[in-house]
Design a protein around this ligand. Structure first.
Ligand SMILES: Cc1ncc(COP(=O)(O)O)c(C=O)c1O
Length: 392
């Protein structure tokens, strides 16, 4: 009998939308086409100079070179706590409420193992960053998808969660500003989430990867909800330096949450990793200390300009699109008569433009596609011109 190499867990995963998009892109690129890739959500501009300078100083210090065991350096945790205070007016104890993560993906991926057991359920927004559901499956959890659509502003209604799921659920996840739909919420959303979580004895999680990429009002934190109290509310929120400071490759983020949840996640992490490089934490602290630096505001302005350039182009194709108030994705409905797979295939085949079909996230998103504002404005305009030349 042939030996089984891949685990059943891996085989059970749904196809990864970005892997498929990338396979198609590479096949097209092999024909020599000049591809405009609007698929990737990775900042195209460099990390601000003041952070690179801090890193260069930090990396030269021998005390930063050993394993960085523990929940994060004192310097980094203090900076994260100060960020929570200055940005959200939330008071936290850096020693008990903050945990440094190797990117928020890592923290989110380990959370299910920290708070739930096989057979428990996790409630995930139906259209979501795939890590929430894949890692919950790895942990042996049942994933309950909370419906999202245009008429509910792509925001799940917790009250729709069926009774049998409520009784098995251990974790409920929110992500606003949302990837991929761009939807934003007010503090009232988090108030509902923490109340729902406390009524049904589950952990509320919030992913704020895009909280600092905003064009209108500043997105709130779950910890601003009136009934959210760090020492008594079973909740955790993830903040990432990746998108805010163009630092995706650096791998640094933090979680802010109830001390027992922070300790549980730290325990899981201590078995999987040995901490985020202390020099990266030192540079990350410099970044958080200066989250209001003009270079950081400049990052937002770049996306704003690109958003303004893109929206009219999309509309001229017949796409319905609400300009995102935050995040760096535009979520658009395909021209009439097109579903997202056909739209994305044709955009690539005939215009060499890569977009991410909504169908890859969920059947509920089959008529929508996602564009990332991570290419320069002239290239975005070229992409729209190329698409406009096709009849839709
Ligand atoms: C919604 C969302 N959460 C979390 C992440 C992970 O970010 P990082 O691991 O770089 O902090 C991403 C990355 O694209 C994301 O889109």
């Amino acid at each position: 009998m042939p030996m089984r190499i891949r685990s059943r867990r891996l085989d059970a995963l749904p196809p990864f939308v970005f892997a498929e998009v990338d396979r198609n892109r590479r096949a097209k690129a092999a024909t020599g086409a000049d591809i405009i890739n609007l698929g990737i959500g990775d900042p195209d501009r460099p990390t601000p100079r003041f952070i690179i300078d801090a890193m260069q100083r930090a990396v030269a210090k021998p005390e930063n070179h050993p394993y960085a065991y523990g929940g994060g350096t004192r310097l980094f945790r203090d900076a994260a706590a100060q960020f929570m205070l200055r940005r959200f007016n939330v008071n936290v104890d850096p020693a008990r409420h903050i945990l440094c993560c190797i990117g928020s993906k890592e923290g989110l991926a380990h959370l299910p193992i920290a708070v739930a057991d096989p057979g428990d359920a996790v409630c995930v927004p139906e259209i979501h960053y795939p890590v929430y559901s894949t890692t919950a499956s790895f942990a042996g959890l049942d994933v309950h998808f909370m419906p999202m659509n245009e008429s509910n502003n792509w925001t799940p209604d917790f009250e729709d969660i069926p009774t049998d799921v409520r009784s098995r659920a251990r974790l409920i996840i929110s992500n606003h500003p949302n990837n991929p739909t761009g939807s934003c919420v007010g503090i009232d959303h988090y108030e509902k989430q923490v109340r729902f979580a406390s009524t049904h004895n589950l952990v509320a999680a919030s992913d704020q990867a895009y909280s600092e990429i905003y064009f209108e009002e500043r997105p709130p934190s779950l910890w601003q909800a009136p009934s959210a109290k760090l020492d008594s509310t079973h909740a955790i929120e993830f903040h990432s330096l990746s998108k805010t400071f163009n630092m995706t490759g650096w791998r640094v983020a933090f979680a802010v949450g109830h001390p027992e949840i922070i300790a549980a996640l730290a325990s899981v992490k201590s078995n999987y990793d040995s901490g985020c490089f202390a020099a990266v934490q030192e540079a990350g602290a410099a970044a958080l200390d200066h989250y209001d630096h003009p270079d950081v505001a400049g990052i937002r302005e770049v996306y704003r300009e690109r958003r303004e350039a893109l929206i009219p182009g999309l509309r001229s194709l017949g796409c319905v699109v609400v300009p995102p108030k935050a995040g760096f994705f535009c979520w658009a409905r395909c021209p009439k008569g097109w579903d997202s797979n056909r739209f994305a295939d044709r955009a690539l085949d005939e215009a060499a433009v890569v977009v991410v079909p909504g169908a890859g996230f969920s059947p509920a998103a089959k008529d929508y596609f996602r564009i990332a504002l991570t290419v320069e404005t002239p290239r975005l305009r070229d992409a729209m011109d190329r698409l406009a030349q096709l009849k839709w």
